[in-house]
Design a protein around this ligand. Sequence first.
Ligand code: SF4
Length: 383
Amino acid sequence: MQNKDLQKYPTARFSPSMRKKKSPLLQKSLSNRLISWFSAHQRPLPWRQTTDPYLIWVSEIMLQQTQVATVVPYFSRFIRRYPSVHHLAAAPLEEVLSLWAGLGYYSRATRLHRCAQFICTYHNGRFPPTRTELMALPGIGRYTAGAIASMAFGQSVPVLDGNVIRVLTRLLAISDNIAAPATHTRLWAIAETLVPVADAGTYNQAIMELGATVCLPRHPRCSQCPVQDLCQARRRSLQSTLPVKTAAPRPRRSHCLAVVIEAAGKFLLLKRPPGGLWSSLWEFPTFHTPTRRSTEKHVLRIMERSLGLSVSAIRAIGPLRHQLTHRTFEYHIFHTRMDAAPPELLLPESDRGRYQDLAWVDTVAQRPCGTITRKIEQAIKAG
Ligand code: SF4
């Protein structure tokens, strides 16, 4: 009976009318099994066993594009420093960015801070309880709204992340390209029909946990799966071919010059303007260059023109690669050391407008910086 119920979802034949109806038999079967499996097998994580929407929100934002093991210490530190949305809203952005340093995708921290201020200003510091209202908050999309609405407020709404997509496409043997927007729409519609009316928050956590720990991308552990007898991919030996995703385009490659200027033991850092990558973070003076290689002479010219600084000697440190999801940055690092006190310098142009501020620091840890800035500092100290 359960397998027949699953066959209502053949690939690419999902009818719009089905989106509106729940599928009681499959839904009950799936949710009962997933919830009871989850209660026995879930990983103990610091954001579980809570219905506090603030904690759920912070954890969900941190977990975007980031491994659970990386997030755990950041989450604990963040919550200790900002135990409520009021604490976060009242904190200076610079401090929030410092606490985020090393977690990557810094625009998440900026958006978190902005949204906390919005909630305090317009909702008296209380999260609205419905998905629709949550999606009206700045920086909260359908996934995050679904997670908060279901886990904190018990709303029967689904979540759809990479783990859930993998489980659903295998469970229902959906062979459409998951990179296509139409497939995404279809999967959301299926997820809406499957989420149970009661205990949707636990069900959502359970299906994500199944994707993260059992229904793995390469070697799914089907023999340990609580829904193995419902799974069409397993029945038809399609696990290794699902989900189908067209190859992502090769990451765009950019070349940058980063100049470490050291004066009397202090390093020059510049603050990026708001917006875009590494918004409002500090970095060594960095200039985009169309060339793969830069000579010392070329760098000396750039320093003079951009910073108004003339030095006689500079040395090249090996290149460093910094990989983001869709971009690869090749950093060509140069280092100059002066015995004199830090000089007065101009604020140069960054790739997004003029740098906003400058500071001479003993170590980059004194300002909120991205990972690449810390890597460059390590390279200088090692070299
Ligand atoms: S049976 Fe295997 S492929 Fe199917 S949902 Fe479970 S782990 Fe994934």
